[in-house]
Design a protein. Structure first.
Length: 563
């Protein structure tokens, strides 16, 4: 159901919500709230490149709207430390100088590591906040609400504005028995619900999953049974940010008399930060260096490593290929993938699993065993959040378009009127007043591709060229012409890459003849054929020839040189 397209009065009691990423996709989370000439930004996330984004390392949101209004931004509030919420900061902060970041200690620690890695100088001001604390930024009065997620120190937000109270759920789930952490603050969300919430923005990621999510405590029990049955080494991989899971595995290692070796940069960084901040306790003498692996009895060893998504240069991938410096997976090892397979990474992950299996390892992953639970709420939990907050209006966030649609339908099931539950797209402006919510046009937004050190250098046209090359290859046609007469001095020569032909010489000879005919026709023109037009004609003729003769469309690159 779409809200009214209208223009709300631009007085001091108006709040504008401008989603710049995260609506219609998993990742790129970035939301701007604008009131009384000031802007509050919630999150600045990145996204894994999709299959067609060949050569792209990272995707970040286009924040030109913020860049043009940088002096009006009161700060960036980060709900937690996952890449889809903080990953764009190293690229966005240079465009938005002198900004202050707000987040919990673990989130700020991860941000600092990321910015140091990108050699950011000067570093932005960072302010640590905690659940139940209050903060005033311009016309925005914030209170932070503890949520349970797959990373330590997640937050939901209650934001009081002149237009009313807004609640942002953050990424959350209702886990009554997390391992070593406090559960979601049910009373906190309920308290704000009793005060009259105008608008709820709620995580939609797991709306397709019925019931309630498994508790982390149940995953811990399942892992305990696996540990009990493992005679040899255990190699455990999960997201490095999942401190709760890592904490539980360290507890199991201590219980079963195993020493721990942590391998992989991101895993080492996360464990170190969590230890320094008091979120992770590792008993003295339990951790060993990689160089000590060979001298440790296999039945006494647990390896915590990166590589849960099949990254080709990750520690686990190197182990599977026998290319790791300290450890090669072999018969008798048990490898546990305690993470979800992020869409798009399945092929890479299964390739690693196949290599591990060929090496003789026992590999455990979902759906073979319940060794992972999502950090996002399932349908009944999403309903519970709506019941707690009791919003007047509802907008789902953090999900692909189908997730947003299903979440709106779910909200209607629990009593939100259809005209007050909306699917909103990136760039679409929603205006909240004391009387109503209305849609008010769009702002420019989109995706920026990061390719090596280039930010924004790669566009859709270049991606299409890369896709074309990957699928059909390239043919370069080189011909040297006499500048005065237009006669062929040399060539045409044809060079190909990624484009193979049966009976290649015969086909290439036919292609050369096609080129000669085009050149001859050009010479017969009264004023001759300009070089640019001749290149166009050569490309067109060769493209048509290959399609008619072999039904292939390689990229054609004609080069005409005049001497």
């Amino acid at each position: 159901m779409r809200g009214r397209a209208a223009h709300a009065p631009s007085d001091g009691n108006t709040l504008r919500l401008i989603p710049l990423g995260g609506l219609g996709e998993i990742g790129l989370n970035c939301m701007a709230l604008e009131c009384r000439g000031r802007i509050l930004v919630i999150d600045a996330g990145s996204m894994f490149p999709e299959d067609h984004m060949l050569g792209v390392d990272l995707v970040i949101p286009d924040v030109r709207y913020l860049r043009e209004r940088a002096e009006r931004i009161v700060g960036i509030v980060l709900t937690h430390g996952h890449e889809d919420h903080i990953g764009a900061l190293p690229f966005l902060l240079p465009q938005l100088p002198r900004l202050t970041l707000y987040g919990t200690p673990m989130t700020m620690g991860l941000v600092k590591e990321k910015l140091w890695e990108h050699r950011m100088d000067p570093m932005p001001e960072m302010v640590e906040v905690r659940p139940r604390e209050a903060l005033r930024l311009g016309p925005f009065d914030l209170e932070f609400i503890r949520v349970c997620h797959s990373i330590t120190d997640g937050l939901g937000l209650a934001i009081r504005t002149p237009a009313g109270l807004l609640v942002h759920s953050g990424d959350f789930k209702f886990d009554p028995s997390p391992v070593g952490e406090d559960p979601l603050d049910v009373q906190g969300f309920g308290r704000f619900g009793g005060q009259g919430v105008r608008l709820l923005l709620s995580d939609s990621t797991n709306v397709e999953h019925g019931g309630f999510s498994l508790s982390e405590r149940e995953i811990q029990r399942n892992l305990e049974e696996i540990f009990r049955s493992c005679p040899g080494r255990i190699i455990f991989t999960t997201f490095s940010s999942n401190i709760q899971r890592i904490r539980g595995v360290i507890q199991l290692a201590e219980r079963f008399g195993r020493r721990i070796c942590i391998i992989g940069r991101s895993m080492c960084v996360a464990a170190r930060l969590a230890g320094e901040l008091g979120y992770l306790r590792v008993p003295k003498g339990l951790v060993l260096e990689p160089s000590e692996i060979l001298n440790t009895p296999k039945e006494r060893l647990l390896v915590l490593t990166t590589g849960s998504q099949g990254e080709p240069l990750s520690a686990l991938s190197l182990m599977a290929r026998g290319a790791h410096k300290w450890l090669k997976v072999e018969r008798g090892d048990t490898v546990i993938f305690s993470s979800r397979f992020i869409p798009g990474n399945e092929k890479a992950i299964y390739a690693v699993i196949n290599a591990l299996s060929k090496g003789g390892a026992r590999v455990i992953y979902e759906p073979l065993a319940k060794v992972h639970v999502s950090g996002h709420a399932s349908r009944e939990e999403l309903k519970l959040m709506i019941h707690l907050v009791r919003p007047e209006y509802f907008i789902p966030v953090h999900g692909e378009h189908r997730h947003l649609v299903q979440h709106v339908e779910l909200a209607q099931e629990v009593g939100i009127p259809p005209e007050r539950a909306w699917v909103v797209e990136n760039g679409e402006v929603v205006v909240m007043t004391r009387e109503a919510l209305v849609r008010e046009g769009r702002v420019e937004t989109g995706r920026i591709y990061v390719d090596g050190k280039g930010v924004g250098d790669v566009g859709d046209t270049l991606l299409r060229d890369r896709q074309h090359l990957s699928e059909d290859g390239v043919v370069v046609a080189l011909v040297v012409l006499h500048k005065g007469t237009g006669e062929v001095v040399s060539g045409p020569e044809l060079f190909s890459r990624g484009f193979a032909l049966e009976g290649e010489e015969e086909k290439m000879a036919e292609a050369r003849q096609v080129l000669l005919e085009v050149i001859q026709a050009a010479r017969q023109c009264p004023d001759g054929e300009p070089q640019d037009d001749l290149q166009f004609q050569l490309r067109k003729a060769l493209k048509s020839h290959f399609w008619r003769s072999i039904r292939r469309r390689p990229m054609i690159m004609p080069l005409v040189v005049e001497v």
